[in-house]
Structures are given as structure tokens and as C-alpha cells.
Ligand binder design. Structure first.
Ligand code: ACM
Ligand code: ZN
Length: 641
């Protein structure tokens, strides 16, 4: 199929030739999370086609989650009647499930393309949807709703209740009938032990089985699941947490928290599949997991003896879907899937990025014909903005760590452009989705410097030398929005200092004129943990101030909330403070999308000092997985006009 697609005429004719394929690994997988967001069957079949096209042979189908149980199971209708539906962000039910007929269709379609479907039934955690259906299978008895928040949730299957294993036995009976794969994935990751510690039945189980603690209880639980699977002729695979309480015999470990789990497993004589967050989490943005990083991924951890290395079955890309609804899947898979195909299929040894990029260009030409919309390959540049001593602004573009590590051999160059901020510019959208600039707008430099009279956008694009010797753009452009401000470059005194983890770039990140983007870790945002922002700025001379403003971001999943309110003060002398006003907002703390808000107050004449107090929400709200625990306040800029 690749050769047919590559035929320029697209007329089905091929040059005569001979191709020999000998993929390096037996397990070339992709995890598809259907728990957080559902995919319709045509989308899954299309994915199977694409996996086959790229030589993947395992579709790891994550079918059960806190946020939804997606597999219809005969005899247990509540699993899907209740467990498949959660309250969506718009207040309406969101969800659905796959019938036996649909599963058979996917399995058969995949088998015809040499792809094995390995189902995942999560236990003992990530099962709140099942507990919503059968609260008696929890430690507390519930009641529960199917979870609407991402993250790790306290309620898990009760380890002391044999009815849990009766249900799992029925589920595995059905699974064994539907999925011919030798393996069933049982999850096993991220299991909080709080409920077990407090549960009399779980404590009785500990005593009866002679287990030392709740970690051993997790091991016992997984071993019992393993024997249920063995009775049904299936092998167990689970995330690396299944190592914690002792592996069931014959279990395969899928390493995700780095590769230590895989190393421990293969050194103990077990098999392992390797898919660390650092190299294989395709739900991450290209800034966190760039193409070049995926290409350099070697599923065999360094330093393994040959016999142990031979037990590495292969690797997988994991597409978790908290932030990836069906229509965004392509953007996360492409172009990185082509790099993972090489990491899993090509012979061992370093991959040549320049040659890969030349081959990738051939692939990229097919994608439109397959209806594929790729995302960015990488975000290789960081921009640092500062006001200079003479009042200009300066922006410098630097390679980020990944680009530095992987692109050195490709003669990386930077070009930059500065444009008045167009009306169409949407700070909330990534730069690659903004209108493209004409070639003439760019100059070959990694530094921009100029005056700032009106809002501007400064962009930088990385170029690398391809194997044909030509410089070509690589990765998404980086962009920074600059805004004039009378406070620009002025020192800021904060009553409580920002977190040392998120101090912001440069000397005065709160007055550098640079707006933060959608990523709270982009260096332009300044984070305060469990603290208010209380900032005072000396403007240097009495000044007529029209307006003072503060921008803040909410990213509830990262425990970052907008301030309760922002109070603004001005002073002519640093002693007498005039109240300039208080600004609040109507954004729900429950809002799961990122939100950026600007808070403003009117100024007055003769202001020399400006003080801004933004009140931290004070703690994660009651609905939040971190409820009651300290939360973050992130602000990027205090602007004075
Ligand atoms: C995982 O990402 N929790 C396996
Ligand atoms: Zn219990």
C-alpha cells in the first residue's frame, strides 16, 4: 500500500522491485483510549487501516475507565446502561459503548490487516464507571456517578469482596469470546490505597492471605485476575505498577513510568512492552513529545544483557484521549506515527533524522489523499522577550532541549518575523493554526529588536538542512505577543515570591511585555502555589495611568485556577494608596478547557506606584480530584497604559 500511495500518478502502477520487511519487534502497538472520548466504529476501522499501513500489529483497546465503560457485557447490563454515560460539559449525557457485533467487526477487520486487538479491562483502579453501575463492588458502597473529571480517583474495586471477581470472571468470559488475542491487558496503574486501608473487608483479606500491606494486596488482586485469565486461556499484561506486589506467573509488563519497570520485568524473566511517557505518549503536544524524540526512541533500555533484551517484545504509542476527541486524533498521530513505525520496525541502531525527513516528505504528500490532517512535528524554539535599557524590546530565539539534543547535525538555523498583531491573531490558538506569513516577511536571524508602539507578534521558525542540501522549515513556528506597557521593564516587588518551579523567564517576567500562551509552563507565566500575588511596581515618576490590567490563566487539570478577584491600587508617594477598583470574573472553576482572562481597572493621574493583589482561589474546589489541597495562581503580565 505504501508503494501504491507513493506512485506519483496514483494510477496503481508500480516499478518492478523487491521489498523485504523484517520488523525489529514483535509488538508494534498503539493504545487507543475509548474511555475518555469515544470513537465511532468507522473511525476505529480507519485507524486500523493506518496502523497496518505503518506496520503496527497491535491495537491496544482501552475499553474501561473512570469516565466510561465501553464494552457491553451479557448478564451485566448496568455496566453500559449506567457505566457508559457521564454528564458532559454541556450538562447532557456523554458516552456510548461497543456492542459484541461492533467489537467482532473491529477484531475481524484488524485481523485481515495483521493487526491483533488486545482489549484492556482496567482493575483494580480506574473503574469508577463500573462502580457507578455496581456500587456494592466498592469499599464504601457508594453511591457514585460516572466520573467527569480526569485524573486518579480514590474509589477502586474492593479487594475483600468476592463478588468483584465473579463480575470480572463474567467480563473475561465475554472478552475471551470476542478477542482471539493471546493477551488481555488489565491496567493495574494508578491505584490509590486509601479505600483499602479504611475497609474492614480489605483488612480481612490482608489477614486471611497473610499479606504485609496494601501494596501486597494490589499484587494479590492482580494475581487473582491473572488466574481468572489463565482459566480462560489468556495471558495477562499490565502497566508497570503490577510489579509492586509481585508479578503473576507469565505476566507481561508494559512500562510507562520510564523504562525501569521493563528492566525489572525482563531481568526477572518476564516479557515487557515499552512505552514511556517521555517517548511514546502521543496525547502529549509536539512541544512535549517532538518527532525527533520519537524517532530516537529505542524500546530496548540501555545496558540489558542479551537474554533480558530478547524479552522486550516491542513498544507502543499510547493515545490517551482526555484532550483528544475523535476529530483531533490525526493531529496527535501525524507525523509522529511515522517515526514510531521506524522506532519499532527498523533495525537497531541510531536513526538518521535527515534521511527520515526526506522519506517523511513522501508520506506527507499522501496524507491529504487519505484525509489526514497532521499536527506539528515539534516545537523546537523558545522565545525570550525583554525590554532593553533604552526602551526597545528584544526577542531571542533558542533551540529547546530536544532540538539541541537531536538536530545538531542538520545545520539548524532560525528565521524571524515581526508583524503588527492582526485582528485575526488568536492567542488561545497555537501559532501553527494562525495565518501563515509570506516568505518576504522573514529574515535570517535569531534575534529581533525594535520599538513597540502597538501590540505586535514576533515569530520564529526553525530551518534544518535536508538530505538534499536545502534548508526547510521544521516544526511549528514559535510566537510571542508583545504589548506596550508603562510598566514594561520596571522591577516588581512581590510580597510572597513566586514558586521556584515557575518563576518565569528573565529578570522581570511580570513586566516584560510578553503575553503567555496556552502552556502555563512556557516561561511567560509566573506561578504562585497556595499564595496570592501581591505585587508593587514603581513606575519611576508620577504618571497619568489610563488603565491597569493583569492576565491570569485557568487550567483546572493542572490545579491552576483564576484568582477569586483582583484588586488594583495606585499611589503618588508609596504611602497613600488609592483604590483603583476590583475585577472579578464569571468563569466556573469547573471549566475543563484552559481559560485566559484579563482583569482591568481604570487608572488616574499622578500614579507613581501600582499595586495589584490577585487572590488565590485558596484550594482545589470540592469536585476536583485535589479537593481542599493547595492550588495554583498563574499570571503573566501586569500592564499599565
Ligand atoms: C498510564 O498512563 N496511566 C498507564
Ligand atoms: Zn474494600
Amino acid at each position: 500500500r505504501q508503494l501504491l500511495l507513493a506512485g506519483a500518478a496514483g494510477d496503481g502502477r508500480l516499478p518492478a522491485g523487491r521489498a523485504e520487511l523484517a520488523p525489529r519487534f514483535r509488538w508494534r502497538g498503539m493504545l487507543l483510549d475509548s474511555g475518555r472520548h469515544l470513537q465511532d466504529v468507522p473511525t476505529i476501522l480507519r485507524l486500523v487501516d493506518q496502523l497496518a499501513l505503518y506496520g503496527f500489529n497491535v491495537l491496544h483497546w482501552h475499553l474501561t475507565e473512570d469516565q466510561g465503560w465501553r464494552l457491553e457485557v451479557p448478564g451485566h447490563p448496568a455496566l453500559t446502561e449506567v457505566g457508559a454515560w457521564r454528564t458532559g460539559p454541556d450538562g447532557r449525557p456523554y458516552g456510548g459503548y461497543y456492542t459484541a457485533g461492533q467489537v467482532r467487526e473491529v477484531v475481524a477487520y484488524a485481523a485481515a490487516r495483521f493487526v491483533t486487538v488486545v482489549p484492556e479491562i482496567e482493575l483494580p483502579g480506574h473503574c469508577k464507571a463500573a462502580l457507578a453501575a455496581y456500587p456494592e463492588l466498592s469499599c464504601t458502597g457508594g453511591p457514585f456517578a460516572v466520573e467527569t473529571q480526569w485524573g486518579i480517583h480514590a474509589d477502586v474495586f474492593c479487594a475483600g469482596n468476592d463478588a468483584v471477581f465473579a463480575l470480572l470472571g463474567d467480563v473475561f468470559d465475554h472478552v475471551a469470546g470476542l478477542f482471539p488475542a493471546a493477551y488481555v491487558h488489565i491496567g493495574g496503574d494508578e491505584v490509590p490505597k486509601d479505600r483499602w486501608l479504611a475497609c474492614p473487608r480489605c483488612r480481612a483479606r490482608l489477614a486471611a492471605e497473610g499479606l504485609a500491606d496494601v501494596h501486597d494486596l494490589q499484587g494479590w488482586f492482580v494475581r487473582r485476575a491473572g488466574s481468572l485469565l489463565q482459566d480462560r486461556g489468556r495471558r495477562l499484561i499490565g502497566w508497570d505498577e503490577i510489579l509492586e506486589g509481585g508479578l503473576p506467573p507469565g505476566a507481561t509488563v508494559q512500562s510507562w513510568r520510564g523504562t525501569a519497570g521493563a528492566v525489572a520485568a525482563v531481568e526477572a524473566g518476564h516479557d515487557a512492552v515499552v512505552s514511556p511517557t517521555s517517548d511514546a505518549y502521543f496525547d502529549y503536544d509536539a512541544g512535549q513529545l517532538p518527532l525527533e524524540q520519537v524517532l530516537a526512541f529505542d524500546p530496548v533500555p540501555a545496558g540489558l544483557a542479551p537474554a533480558a533484551a530478547a524479552r522486550i517484545l516491542g513498544g507502543a504509542l499510547n493515545l490517551w484521549t482526555e484532550y483528544v476527541p475523535q476529530e483531533r486524533i490525526d493531529r496527535h498521530l501525524y507525523p509522529r506515527v511515522a517515526a514510531m513505525a521506524e522506532a519499532l520496525g527498523a533495525p537497531a541502531g541510531p536513526k538518521q533524522l535527515a534521511a527520515f525527513l526526506a522519506r517523511l516528505a513522501v508520506h506527507a504528500a499522501w496524507w491529504p489523499r487519505l484525509g489526514i490532517t497532521p499536527g506539528p512535528a515539534s516545537r523546537p524554539l523558545r522565545l525570550e522577550a525583554a525590554r532593553t535599557a533604552d526602551g526597545d524590546y528584544a526577542v531571542r530565539a533558542d533551540l529547546d532541549a530536544s532540538a539541541r539534543a537531536h538536530l545538531g547535525g542538520l545545520d539548524p538555523r532560525v528565521r524571524m518575523a515581526a508583524v503588527p498583531r492582526p485582528e485575526a491573531w488568536q492567542a488561545a490558538r497555537p501559532p501553527e493554526e494562525q495565518p501563515a506569513l509570506p516568505d518576504a516577511a522573514w529574515s535570517a536571524t535569531d534575534r529581533w529588536r525594535g520599538p513597540l508602539e502597538a501590540p505586535m507578534v514576533v515569530l520564529a521558525q526553525l530551518l534544518v538542512r535536508g538530505s538534499d542540501g536545502e534548508l526547510q522549515p521544521y516544526g511549528a513556528p514559535a510566537a510571542v505577543e508583545l504589548e506596550p506597557s508603562l510598566a514594561a521593564g520596571r522591577p516588581v516587588a512581590c510580597a510572597a515570591p513566586p514558586s521556584t518551579r515557575y518563576p518565569g523567564h528573565g529578570e522581570h517576567p511580570l513586566t516584560d511585555g510578553a503575553r503567555g500562551g496556552r502552556d502555563f509552563a512556557d516561561g511567560r507565566w509566573v506561578g504562585f502555589e497556595a499564595a496570592d500575588l501581591d505585587a508593587t511596581i514603581d513606575l519611576g515618576a508620577p504618571t497619568t495611568v489610563a488603565e491597569v490590567s493583569l492576565r491570569a490563566i485557568q487550567d483546572a487539570n493542572a490545579w491552576i485556577f483564576l484568582p477569586r478577584q483582583v484588586r488594583f491600587y495606585g499611589s503618588p508617594d508609596g504611602r497613600r494608596w488609592d483604590d483603583l477598583g476590583t475585577a472579578d470574573h464569571q468563569v466556573a472553576d469547573r471549566e475543563q478547557q484552559k481559560v485566559i482572562r484579563e482583569f482591568t481597572a481604570a487608572g488616574r493621574e499622578q500614579v507613581r506606584w501600582v499595586r495589584v493583589v490577585a487572590e488565590n482561589l485558596g484550594g482545589c474546589p470540592p469536585w476536583h480530584p485535589g479537593k481542599g489541597q493547595p492550588c495554583w495562581l498563574f499570571v503573566d503580565e501586569i500592564r499599565v497604559r
